[in-house]
Ligand binder design. Structure first.
Ligand code: CTP
Length: 419
């Protein structure tokens, strides 16, 4: 029997052994399942420990939490629990379950079941394998549905013909994994997907669920190939039936994002909202309004998307031949961080890019040295004008017209005379 955990990460290994041992004490069989199994076989890093037990996962999680002296979060309704080890490793435990769908796209009704049933309810064969972590058979693979063969064939395949109808978010997942691993959609799976799309299956899913999976696509290392594939399958219109995406524009945006990410200033930024802005860039106002209403975006994300729609005007303002750093600051500061990123990558003008780089690299961080006490000390009472005066001094500082605290104070006194 091959031990699939032979080269497993040390930290994970210790944890899963302990979970397996503790489960065995209760006579439960325990397995790691899903994405982490797929990634072990593909030799890819993955720290998402999803554990399924044939037994009571909540009781097991409570025992482990006590043993490790950590907190446990229990989701009784789903028979699942999460805990974090003292080393910061998140462990999700679930009782093996079977699922049924009251209607297409509904949240599944779950009942306890066997491991085999638990694997059968999953999206794709490559995500439907398990590895035993109990002392007996530690490292043994359970592969009921041909996941291993599909991994070696690089095939994306659903487990049964109703899969995309039961859960249309699997369309997004199948595309995501196909593109992430450069796999190929198996023929029958592709036909089932196209049929589900033709029948409008995604409209049966609640927008927040749909969006959660869509966002995962935008967060992929390389979202462009997924977006192209979805576009080719007519799968993007499910963001909104009237949304027309110009994929050429998205390609250009992607190219510019990739280029910007090579700079350390942009390497760690969150780019998914920028892709989303790009998808909505040419859309009709009514479409954007509907999208903003339907999907669970934060207030800030909504604001950023609205701002991104003014990008042409803003790029125009930022292109003026002579523009002081403080004027750039005034244009950019009211924008959300993501709207600034969007501007940075939609513009083809080097001067505008440089101005945005300088704003993000330096000017956004500029702070005055003086505070309320300093002002009091020179007899300046804080009144309504003060906000404007200080803003003024900040602009001077950005333009390097003042530097020291003394210069700032002097500039305050001068400004007060003017106001
Ligand atoms: N799963 C599923 N159907 C879904 C969502 C999840 O069958 N709609 C199952 C799959 O077995 C999947 C596992 O739950 O592998 C974990 O889901 P998730 O964390 O979303 O996916 P991963 O496969 O771990 O993907 P990633 O590598 O992107 O984290």
């Amino acid at each position: 029997m091959k031990n699939y955990l032979l080269n497993f990460d040390d930290k994970l290994l210790r944890t899963v052994r302990e979970v397996g041992r503790q489960a065995a004490k209760k006579k439960y069989a325990a397995y790691i399942v899903g994405g982490i199994v797929r990634d072990i076989i593909l030799k890819r890093k993955n720290y998402d420990l999803d554990i399924v037990v044939e037994g009571d996962a909540i009781r097991l999680a409570r025992d482990l939490a006590k043993k490790w002296g950590v907190k446990v979060t229990v989701y009784k309704k789903f028979g699942t629990a999460s805990l974090e080890t003292s080393k910061g490793l998140r462990v999700d435990l679930a009782t093996a379950r079977r699922e049924s769908y009251a209607h297409p796209g509904a949240l599944p009704v779950v009942r306890p079941g066997s491991l085999k049933e638990d694997l059968l309810r999953r999206d794709l064969t490559v995500n439907a394998m398990a590895i035993a972590i109990g002392p007996e058979g530690f490292g043994r693979l359970t592969d009921e549905y041909g996941g291993l063969a599909d991994l070696s064939k690089k095939a994306v395949r659903v487990l049964h013909k109703n899969s995309f109808i039961d859960d249309p978010t699997r369309i997004l997942r199948a595309v995501r994994f196909e593109q992430r691993f450069s796999f190929k959609m198996e023929r029958q799976t592709l036909l089932l997907m196209k049929a589900a799309l033709r029948k409008g299956a995604p409209s049966n899913v609640k927008p927040p669920r749909y969006f959660t999976e869509f966002k995962k696509i935008l967060c992929e290392e390389d979202p462009l190939n997924c977006l192209k594939r979805l576009h080719q399958l007519d799968g993007l219109c499910f963001l909104d039936p009237k949304l027309e995406v110009r994929i050429g524009d998205v390609c250009l945006l992607h190219k510019r994002i990739q280029k910007a990410r090579k700079k350390s200033l942009y390497a760690q930024k969150d780019w998914w909202p920028v892709y989303f802005m790009g998808l909505l860039a040419k859309a009709d106002d009514r479409v954007v309004k509907r999208v903003l209403e339907r999907f669970p975006l934060t207030k800030n994300e909504r604001r950023g998307i609205e701002q991104s729609r003014q990008s042409i005007d803003m790029v125009r303002s930022l292109s003026a031949r002579s523009l002081r750093a403080s004027q750039v600051f005034r244009i950019l500061r009211p924008l959300t961080a993501e709207a600034v990123l969007y501007l940075r990558v939609v513009t083809s003008k080097v001067m505008v890019s440089q101005r945005i780089d300088r704003f993000l690299d330096r000017d956004i961080e500029v702070k005055l040295r003086i505070n309320g006490d300093d002002l009091k000390a020179v007899g300046v009472a804080s009144d309504r004008r003060m906000g404007r005066v200080l803003e003024n001094i900040l602009h001077l500082k950005i333009d390097k017209k003042v530097g020291t605290k003394q210069e700032e104070l002097k500039a305050v006194l001068l400004s007060l005379k003017e106001f």
